[in-house]
Ligand binder design. Structure first.
Ligand code: ATP
Ligand code: MG
Length: 332
């Protein structure tokens, strides 16, 4: 079993990234071969301040380590250090069909009303993502709800390439779907997911937020005046309330039903402080470790360099195989 997964260094990782992705990676690294990368080539699909991007790549790497990713176990690297990602993405661009990409809902969401003004990279983003996992012959890819469609696309591209060129080159990656409670929504809008790219910082809890900021964001989180119900069904038409209960449950490692049994009948005046305390306590050790790591930026660069050397050697045979299958002579 080989697992490949990534996170965009577009801003600081938030609680949604932690509960929906990073925490699972820290568990999986003990059972499987894990490649975890910072998707910096994905980050540039929208404008990113260059000086800041370099800093956020380092910060995101440090955050992953602070959360428990062990660079001696998992292979931790950033995409841009390995040219094979961009190379394979181009080869796969020629296999992917325009009609397939036109169906990707994330492009529609991210390009918004200004579709004509979006970068070609933002449009072709899922093809780069396919390259990221196919390059390493990933057998499993942990995906949140927001990425399911892209993994399907990666499978379609792999199948078409293998069929068109009569090879058995790409492994079809299987999704590893997390439990639905781990889809964390914005604190300002229960129908939008918590996201690094949300312009409002109040919509998310960043892993680097200090305790006061965390408490304040939770205090100000959108809710309703009703007390908490005693069943999960009672939260159906209350997305914001549901989200907060879901966060509590995910942090406590309990199910929502169990949490509701404890808090049923109480209002948010009582629930929010309990949630704030639990969140602060969970983030405290992560933040302390992060501060320590950020004091040694050269060490983080060294870890990324080492990870990319390991990853590049795993990527090369697939890339060579793709050139060969296509009939492209290359230098290697
Ligand atoms: P961006 O807004 O820049 O796309 P993002 O917040 O969506 O940032 P990504 O870097 O795209 O974060 O995603 C990293 C991982 O975190 C992915 O596995 C994704 O499925 C997961 N993830 C992102 N947002 C959430 C969320 N709100 N709840 C649960 N998992 C999430
Ligand atoms: Mg995203």
């Amino acid at each position: 079993m080989r697992v490949v997964s990534g996170i965009q260094p577009t801003g600081n990782p938030h609680l949604g990234n932690y509960l929906g992705a990073i925490k699972r990676w820290t568990e999986m690294q003990h059972e499987s071969e894990c490649l975890i990368f910072l998707a910096d080539l994905h980050a540039i699909t929208v404008y990113n301040e260059p000086a800041q991007l370099a800093a956020t790549i380092r910060e995101a790497a440090a955050t992953l380590i602070a959360c428990g990713i062990d660079p001696d176990k998992a292979i931790l690297f950033n995409q841009a250090r390995i040219p094979a990602h961009a190379e394979l993405a181009w080869l796969l661009n020629c296999t992917a069909r325009v009609g397939w990409l036109n169906r990707m809902t994330q492009f529609k969401e991210k390009s918004g009303k200004n579709r004509e003004g979006a970068s070609v990279g933002l449009y072709a983003y899922p093809v780069l993502q396919a390259a990221d996992v196919l390059l390493y012959q990933a057998t499993h890819v942990p995906v949140g709800e927001d990425q399911k469609q892209h993994l399907e696309l990666a499978r379609d591209i792999a199948t078409k390439f293998n069929t068109d060129y009569g090879v058995d080159l790409f492994t079809l990656p299987e999704p590893l779907i997390g439990d639905t409670a781990a889809r964390i929504m914005s604190l300002r809008d229960g129908s939008a997911k918590m996201s690094k790219s949300d312009p409002s910082d109040m919509s998310r809890i960043n892993l680097i937020d200090d305790s006061d900021t965390v408490a304040q964001k939770i205090r100000k989180a959108k809710t309703d005046p009703e007390p908490l119900p005693d069943t999960v069904d009672g939260l159906e038409a209350r997305p914001e309330a549901r989200n907060l209960v879901g966060i509590y449950a995910a942090l406590a490692g309990r199910d929502m039903k169990d949490v509701l049994q404890e808090f049923a009948g109480q209002g948010f005046g009582a629930f929010k402080p309990a949630l704030a305390e639990l969140t602060v306590e969970t983030l405290r050790p992560i933040k302390a470790r992060l501060d320590e790591l950020m004091a040694h930026p050269q060490e983080i660069d060294r870890i990324l360099e080492q990870g990319s050397t390991r990853a590049a050697s795993l990527a090369q045979p697939t890339l060579d195989g793709a050139y060969k299958a296509l009939g492209l002579p290359n230098k290697r």
